[in-house]
Design a protein around this ligand. Structure first.
Ligand SMILES: *[C@@H]1O[C@H](CO)[C@@H](O)[C@H](O)[C@H]1NC(C)=O
Length: 339
């Protein structure tokens, strides 16, 4: 079964790859023709010299994005993780920015606590009528406070702070509980719930049919059990407009484990139910579009599968739900610069 699926994926990949190669070949051929006609014109200097660079960028981006996780080399894995696809959002804006220093006194100063939110017309949080779920606070409230200032109700969760449920402000509601793939207790005794159970629990606050404008998580490796669960249950597809996650990796992990994690992200990003799978080979497609990948400068390490070259063991990734991008998903005051 696994083999069949891998085979099918590889065929799909090869045929897409062939089409891409043919297109690039024709493009290159036409480009060469144009170059030979434009040898002495200034046009050549201005534009044609950039063509090889452009082709390279186009090809390597498409390659890293499309290759199934199971066939990725260590370099492919990291190229995929760094892939920012930043053309997908016209107006990405940081919420919750502060400066921090990592490492010893005198360590590198870098921005911290922020998440990127896409403010393109229909996908943007609805100004003054929005809801944000924020998992993993660690006593740093800047993101939650910025979203509240945008007029959002913010539901903040962190079982590791030793704080009881409380209303931090009239817009920021804190809950002493964590996000997991099932309801229960974590090994260290924290109360854990699934996204759908939390959503039901909060029905008194936001009603039982509202959309979550931004779903943020920084939950120290729990993301790898939570994301597949939220894709398979349909929670992400039905309820969430934007997703912001700090993903965590292990610097000395095996290639196989890296590929498994990339598979989870590829299923989330899949638009085609026939190309994704869960552990039982059911078909899943998250339909989420990545619009940013950013490094955390404090998380650089020597990575075993890269032959101990330095890279990052944490990435800030953001996506929006493709089904809401092109049409209004809920009513609210129109944001000033769209009027
Ligand atoms: C927080 O405020 C809400 C109303 O907005 C209220 O229902 C809830 O009981 C309050 N929670 C706490 C822990 O005081």
């Amino acid at each position: 079964m696994g083999h069949l699926l891998d085979d099918r994926r590889m065929k799909l990949f090869r045929s897409r790859n062939l089409a891409l190669r043919l297109t690039l070949f024709v493009f290159t051929f036409v480009s060469l023709l144009v170059i030979s006609f434009a040898t002495y014109s200034p046009f050549r200097q201005q534009v044609m010299l950039r063509v090889p660079r452009l082709l390279h960028d186009l090809y390597s981006t498409a390659e890293a994005h499309r290759k199934p996780a199971e066939f990725m080399s260590p370099e492919d894995v990291f190229q995929y993780l760094h892939w920012s696809n930043c053309a997908a959002c016209q107006l990405p804006v940081d919420f919750g920015f502060v400066m921090a220093r990592s490492g010893n006194p005198g360590g590198v100063a870098h921005p911290d606590g922020q998440k990127l939110v896409c403010l393109d017309q229909f996908i943007a949080p609805v100004f003054n009528n929005c809801h944000v779920y924020s998992f993993g606070i660690n006593n740093q409230w800047t993101f939650d406070e910025d979203m509240a200032q945008f007029g959002c109700h913010v539901y903040s969760f962190d079982p590791s702070m030793g704080a009881n449920d409380h209303n931090r402000t009239s817009k920021i509601h804190f809950f002493n509980l964590g996000l997991a793939k099932e309801n229960g207790q974590s090994p260290n005794g924290w109360k854990m719930k699934t996204a759908s159970s939390i959503y039901e629990m909060l029905a008194d606050y936001h009603g039982s049919s509202t959309l979550i404008d931004v779903f943020k998580m920084d939950i120290e490796f729990y993301e790898w059990e939570v994301i597949p669960q939220m894709v398979q249950s349909g929670f992400l597809r039905d309820k969430v407009k934007q997703l912001a996650v700090e993903i965590h990796l292990k610097a000395d992990d095996s290639l196989e484990n890296y590929q498994k994690r990339v598979r989870i992200l590829q299923d989330l990003e899949s638009m085609d139910p026939s190309s994704g799978s869960d552990g039982d080979h059911n078909q899943v497609a998250g339909g989420f579009v990545r619009f940013s990948s950013r490094i955390n400068p404090g998380l650089k390490r020597s990575i075993t599968i890269l032959g101990n070259k330095d890279d990052f063991w944490g990435f800030e990734l953001t996506w929006y739900n493709s089904k809401f991008y092109n049409s209004p998903s809920k009513q609210g005051p129109v944001f000033p610069y769209y009027q």
